[in-house]
Design a protein around this ligand. Structure first.
Ligand SMILES: [Zn+2]
Length: 189
């Protein structure tokens, strides 16, 4: 389940959607975590997060844990878990000298990568394209993400629609094919 070999977060997110047989929106990051053997824990149960943190991944021996701030909205909680999956699946370097090992969240690059992974996991471009979804409101509702995350995705989608090069990668075609039944069902609504 290490996707760090992929050069970018786009391929890693596609690979993750394929490997965990995701075939519908909204994508459920907690189910992906469970299938990957990662334990997802509410911060209100463990009180491990620092005040500024919304989530953390911890490797204790061989067991991965994702802790998320469950006082946030559901949409933000989902994004946090997807972001932490990004750190784990992209194989980000673990910080040393910690009782259990976690990621060095002071490095902006790995934070950006984890965010990019999360948005691509929760709002796959080829599915939005197949449903001709373009606006922040539609994306937020369909993908169950915050308006903030949906706005970023909507801006990206505008560029992708203009470029119109969907399904050129075999990975993206595989994702699209897994979502085929869902896409047909949504189109019929
Ligand atoms: Zn992070």
């Amino acid at each position: 389940m290490l996707y760090g070999i992929y050069k970018d977060t786009r391929n890693a997110a596609w690979r993750c959607l394929i490997d965990y047989n995701v075939s519908e929106l909204p994508v459920k990051p907690s189910l992906i975590a469970r299938a990957a053997g990662i334990k997802v824990i509410k911060n209100s149960d463990v009180h491990e997060l620092a005040p500024h943190e919304s989530g953390a991944s911890v490797l204790d021996g061989k067991q991965w844990y994702i802790i998320y701030d469950d006082e946030n909205t559901r949409q933000r909680c989902r994004f946090t878990v997807a972001h932490e999956l990004g750190h784990i699946f992209l194989g980000h370097e673990l910080r040393k000298g910690y009782h259990a090992r976690t990621f060095d969240t002071t490095r902006p690059t790995i934070e950006q990568q984890a965010d990019a992974f999360a948005v691509r996991l929760l709002a796959p471009a080829c599915v939005l394209w197949a449903l001709n979804v373009r606006t922040m409101t539609e994306i937020a509702e369909l993908c169950d993400i915050s308006n903030t995350a949906a706005q970023i995705r909507a801006e990206r989608m505008a560029l992708l629609y203009a470029r119109n090069k969907f399904l050129t990668s075999p990975l993206e075609r595989a994702v699209h094919s897994n979502f085929e039944a869902y896409i047909q069902r949504k189109k019929a609504e």
